[in-house]
Design a protein around this ligand. Sequence first.
Ligand code: GDP
Ligand code: MG
Length: 345
Amino acid sequence: MKNPFNEFYHVPNSKELLDIAFKRGMKSSAQVSKNAPILMKAKKKESKRIKVAVDELMNRILKIIKMVPSIDDLPDFYKELASILVDIDKLKLSLGKLNGILPILSKLKREHLNRLRKIEFPKEGDRLRRAAFGRISSVINKQNKNLKHLNDIRGDLRRIPTVDYTQPCIVVAGYPNVGKSSIVKHISTNKKIEVKEYPFTTKQLNMGHLEIEGRFENIKIQCLDTPGILDRPMSKRNSIELQAILALRLISDLILFVFDPTPACGYDITSQIELFHEIKHNFSKEGKIEIIIVFNKMDLAKDSEIVYLKEKLSLKDDEFYLTNSLSGENLDTLINVLKDRYRGN
Ligand SMILES: Nc1nc2c(ncn2[C@@H]2O[C@H](COP(=O)(O)OP(=O)(O)O)[C@@H](O)[C@H]2O)c(=O)[nH]1
Ligand SMILES: [Mg+2]
């Protein structure tokens, strides 16, 4: 399923909304015969202006409300990710408030059209229309904070990756700065992934794909780069780490756990091992989800560091992959392992 927030487009602020609506209103022209009395012409002209402006506003507001998908109806992954990224209650409240002004606008329109019908001098038409626009402006201006809030959260929601539930998904996880993004960038089609020398560069989930030629048709494996996770209680984890946890919990069917056996990443190996155990314990679904272990930065790693990690995890030589994601060394082996695994399915 495509990111349900893909069609959550720019939300105009109150000034933008009013400018568009009033401009439209003023440009509209009423159907009235040339020979009609001036009073009738004025009534028709100003009625039309009010009607067009209010209808335009109402349509635009409805469009804004409709382009935000109903969070409660979304699949769990999107629903939970959305609630990590934004305050859902506040979002619902904002939409509710916008919805609440629709009947008010409708009423303002009705009232002013009624009053226009009863005027006795053409000049009163212009005055009434100005009064109507004033009332409308004050209703819309009160929504400015709401509209701005919607536009602000829109960016976060649109960055959610598209996940195809029908296809396998490898989730790449580990401590910050160990080389997860470098690996995903190397093995997948997503070359836009950011790699930086400091931790928590990756603040969101990034999807890449791995094409595999099957016997009958090609398979597209999803490969998800996640933000780093620290070894600490779940309640202490921030919204960046929680996105990675969510991916592990809900969409992984293979976990690629990346270690940096060297001090280069800035975190000690004991914490990385603790995190590995937590993930194995909580997210491998009792072994149903395989964990492939990678020792990255082999160019920097000392033999002693590799042996230490290997022993701490009680691994045999063929139970982990040594990689260098800068040069790509051994990543081809890893790609082949992944391909064989999915081809076999
Ligand atoms: N020497 C060396 N540096 C690496 C390797 N893999 C990643 N890096 C560097 O480690 C830093 C963090 O990499 P990144 O992929 O952003 O790690 P992430 O935070 O786990 O996604 C960057 O400066 C990378 O260039 C590697 O195999 N060897
Ligand atoms: Mg990263």
